[in-house]
Design a protein around this ligand. Structure first.
Ligand SMILES: [Zn+2]
Ligand SMILES: [Zn+2]
Ligand SMILES: [Zn+2]
Length: 387
């Protein structure tokens, strides 16, 4: 065997290791990850989240510690005949030390895992970490009670799970914030934790479309000293989702500036203007519950009504010609303010952004012409406005 084949083998093996330790999306979707291959041994994450991650992190440690040993083993099977037969040479001594090290590593890991797993994993570092939450102040008696609380909350639909990268995720439940990594999970209780967004960075995704992606780094800082601080890094688009799940607001340092799209900024200005318009009172026979969800986003209840209030005059107070006057819309409330703002923006000339607010638009249903002065919040339904 030549020197080249050793190099090719080494590069190939290094790549393989990288894919095992840091699986790409393709590997993940093909099910070629350690978690997936051993899924039957790990149990169900959705039923017992903590126990699953204790087993998963231990398994990762075991599998990854075997990688150097596998390399040496294959190397000797393939290339041993090439090795120097003089077993007292320095090369041979180096090899022996190396072999001892790669054998020792998984042996140590296996011993540690065996020790951790005794008595239902109560010696595991994660179990020890959770024990810190079982104090006289909290209602938890031991780490198992803490784990049960986390498991119960993780089972609910109202949790938020944000993927940071192929090997790390953020889980926010009603009272916990958890970061999962390959060998460890960080846990913080929301009640005694402050979260601080301290840094953001922006990366260009595609130059042609001027698309950028922004990441926010957040320090999760437990008030109690014995619980270690950790930091999370999420896409700025996920920030609101995370914030909505937390019981306390995330402190945003002044150095962190959120980049917002032109559309987002327009929606803000639009909402600001609408908040100064008259309020629309629903007829008493229309009960709020009878309003379906917004026709466009299906997420929230309609909270605006198009009702003509403007005086049909131009910027100088001169009456507008009939063809440009606003019309009466008799549609019932069907849209939320954000969707109307986006619809309004989509009907404008994209190159004349500065004059969008002065322009008109047509009702998506009846095509009646309206301007921003004719968009009214429904009484008691105004929200999302900083007032
Ligand atoms: Zn909507
Ligand atoms: Zn209409
Ligand atoms: Zn109008």
């Amino acid at each position: 065997m030549s020197q080249e084949s050793v190099i090719v083998f080494t590069i190939f093996y290094a790549l393989l290791c990288f894919c095992i330790v840091y699986p790409s999306t393709e590997f993940e979707s093909a099910g070629l990850t350690v978690d997936h291959i051993f899924s039957s041994r790990l149990g169900s994450e959705s039923i017992s989240f903590v126990q699953y991650h204790i087993r998963r992190t231990s398994l990762n440690l075991m599998v990854h510690s075997l990688l150097p040993l596998m390399y040496i083993r294959v190397y000797f099977m393939q290339f041993a005949s090439e090795a120097n037969p003089d077993s007292y040479s320095t090369v041979m001594v180096t090899w022996k030390i190396l072999i001892a090290a790669v054998v020792l590593l998984p042996t140590l890991v296996a011993t540690a895992i065996y020790y951790w797993s005794r008595n239902n994993w109560q010696n595991h570092p994660v179990a020890k970490h959770l024990t810190k939450f079982a104090t006289s102040r909290t209602r938890f008696v031991d780490w198992q009670a803490v784990a049960t609380s986390i498991n119960d909350e993780y089972r609910r639909d109202d949790k938020v799970v944000i993927r940071m990268n192929p090997i790390s995720r953020i889980v926010a439940t009603e009272s916990w914030v958890i970061k999962t990594g390959p060998y460890w999970i960080n846990v913080a209780h929301q009640d005694d934790t402050t979260m601080i967004a301290y840094k953001s960075d922006t990366h260009e995704v595609s130059q042609e479309a001027f698309e950028t992606v922004q990441f926010v780094n957040i320090a999760v800082r437990p008030i109690r000293e014995e619980i270690k601080e950790f930091s999370i890094r999420i896409n700025a688009l996920d920030f609101k989702e995370l914030q909505d799940r937390l019981s306390h607001p995330i402190t945003i340092l002044s150095s962190v500036k959120f980049h917002r799209s032109v559309l987002d900024r327009f929606v803000d200005v639009f909402m600001d203007q609408v908040s100064q318009n008259p309020i629309y009172r629903l007829d008493s026979d229309v009960v709020m519950e009878n309003l379906d969800s917004c026709f466009a986003c299906m997420q929230t209840q309609p909270n605006i009504k198009i009702e003509k209030h403007c005086l049909d005059v131009d910027g100088n107070g001169e009456p507008l010609p009939q063809a440009r006057c606003c019309q009466v819309c008799n549609c019932r409330p069907m849209w939320c303010i954000e969707c109307v703002a986006k619809w309004f923006a989509s009907r404008q000339n994209q190159s004349e952004r500065d004059s969008w607010l002065q322009q008109k638009c047509t009702c998506p249903m009846c095509r009646a012409r309206f301007c921003i002065l004719d968009v009214c919040y429904i009484e008691g339904m105004r929200r999302g406005v900083n007032s």
